[in-house]
Design a protein around this ligand. Sequence first.
Ligand code: SF4
Length: 263
Amino acid sequence: MLRFDDHIAVAVSGGKDSLTLLRVLRKLEKRFPRATLTAVTVDEGIRGYRAEAVKLAKKSCKELGVDHVVVSFRELFGKTLDQIVSSKKELSPCSYCGVLRRRAIQMAAREAKANKIATAHNLDDEVQTILLNIFHGDAKRIARVEPVLVDPAGRFLQRVKPLCEIPEKEVALYAYVSGIEFQTCPCPYLETALRNDIREMLNRIEERHPGTKFTIFRSMERLRDSLKASMARTELRNCLRCGEPTTGSVCEVCKMLDRAVVA
Ligand code: SF4
């Protein structure tokens, strides 16, 4: 996942996973003089939630001596997530949030001149995403969720998930034992997410049948190549509106922002 001379943009939300990842990468980086870290925090604009996380992310970066960039939906897209969600309820808040945040991280990482993005998805996140994509019937996404995501054409920065095989409970344990101060209150939109139901279901199954999460993760590892091989390669072109790479004529971000404006 990582090279000795990488400039890694670490997506840091202020939660236990991202602050753990930041700490671990910082320890590693000290052993590699040509490696660089930049922390990137995205402020989606979620009232009563994100401000505390941004504060904790800033504090941690300062303590660890890591450069920190904070970007916001308002500054990049002209609206906060709260405004987008209240103007249009066509999609769930997490659908808007996920797409816009991925774009925001790509933009901030490019601006910081990073060559790689590291996100703190843990084993639970990965397995939830696999099931979520199956529930949505999204075959392309099922194949695309992988620990190392490379765009052969180099249009997107490479994305890696160093914690993808670590169960959420173990990440939480590391954070507590290391004395990391992280945000504990959940996002107010979490309750509305299908992911939340999948999380609860998986946790119930894991309790009764330990190892299930690993089994699903490993099954996907075995299936992914066959899935990819069975799909036609999608060519990327430039979005007619913003110029970012996309598979259609207008990218998902521009479509979402349009929908929010129309309402
Ligand atoms: Fe965004 Fe949904 Fe996560 Fe809240 S729970 S931060 S809306 S993805």
